[in-house]
Design a binder for this molecule. Structure first.
Ligand SMILES: [Zn+2]
Length: 325
């Protein structure tokens, strides 16, 4: 016998975690759980997921018709029902707009794979579903091809992400793993380099995954057409990317990144050390490109600007005095 009150409490607890993590702003996001044959508990619409009470949770049937609950059910229930209909083993769905993952979803940027073991084991490849208007049946259907490919975590183009699994906590954990992964990828981009796991080590991870009873379409992947590591779109040109150089204006305040109309020199190969810098030892060569010599240039530029400003001021005064005389 399903304890519906306990499920309601679980939904409130997970909603609080979504809100605390910053995965949902205002009344964003929604959660649902299977509560028996043709019965689903889901979050209400227009309520912050961080402040729900068990009595707020709505009960719906398998067509989304509300059976109980004071507050109207989420408009996204159709998305959740699409998952329950397609995958009978799934008992919980979490939808949110976690910022780092949503950044990839709005860029339409496929996530690379073969980077972090936990990501490969617990979520695997993350597809991006096509955009459609939230709340509509067409929107709910955008995830169908990916569900058929057994994805438990899907990015929703120009929207957010949806995760599902056998328990509510597992579905929520996928959301955490996804956003953490996207955040790490964005940080790695600043560092400038990512080393992917070799195929033999990836296959070991897939074996561990199989041992845990977790499916992955890549287990059947062999030969030339094999795409174990997914898209390399995000990683392409990683280390060659010019790292923006912070510049200062004449007043010493920052002027943003790079010099307008001029490509940043940072990230390019460093010139061979001059005898003077070689004398400075290895530490001199470890200085990030663009720093050191360029900070001197900024100083010189600042002084030249200041002299020009004073000259203009004096000229203005002379002209003013002469015109009065
Ligand atoms: Zn949404």
């Amino acid at each position: 016998m399903v304890n519906e009150w306990k499920l309601r409490e679980d939904i409130c607890r997970i909603g609080r975690r979504l809100w605390e993590k910053g995965y949902v702003a205002a009344n964003d996001g929604n959660i649902s759980v299977r509560a028996g044959k043709g019965r689903f508990l889901c979050t209400p619409t227009l309520v912050s997921k961080g402040f729900m009470k068990p009595a707020d949770i709505a009960l719906v049937d398998d067509r989304g018709e509300q059976l109980a609950g004071d507050k109207p059910r989420t408009s996204e229930i159709l998305l959740h029902l699409e998952i329950y209909h397609e995958l009978p083993e799934i008992n919980a769905v979490v939808h949110a707009h976690p910022p780092h993952a949503t950044a990839f979803a709005i860029a339409g940027m496929q996530l690379p794979n073969c980077i972090l073991p936990e990501v490969e084991i617990f979520i695997g490849q993350v597809p991006i579903a096509e955009y459609d208007t939230p709340g509509s049946q067409d929107f709910a259907r955008t995830i169908l091809p990916h569900l058929r490919n057994k994805a438990n975590t899907i990015l929703l183009a120009n929207h957010g992400a949806v995760c599902c699994d056998k328990t509510l906590e597992q579905a929520y954990f996928h959301m955490e793993t996804l956003d953490q992964y996207c955040r790490i990828l964005l940080l790695a981009r600043e560092v400038g380099k990512v080393r992917q796991l070799p195929e033999s080590k990836m296959r070991e991870l897939l074996e561990i995954k199989a041992g845990l009873g977790l499916g992955d379409p890549r287990m059947a992947c062999e030969g030339e057409a094999c795409t174990l590591c997914g898209s390399d779109e995000f990683l392409r040109g990683f280390s060659e990317r010019a790292i923006p150089q912070h510049t200062a204006g004449a007043d010493g305040h920052g002027r943003g990144y790079g010099i307008e109309g001029k490509e940043s020199e940072a990230g390019r190969p460093q010139p061979a050390p001059t005898p003077a810098s070689a004398a400075g030892g290895a530490a001199a060569n470890l200085r990030p490109a663009g720093l050191g010599s360029s900070s001197k240039t900024v100083q010189q530029r600042t002084m030249a600007d200041e002299v020009e400003r004073l000259t203009q001021l004096i000229t203005d005064r002379i002209v003013e005095t002469l015109s009065k005389g």
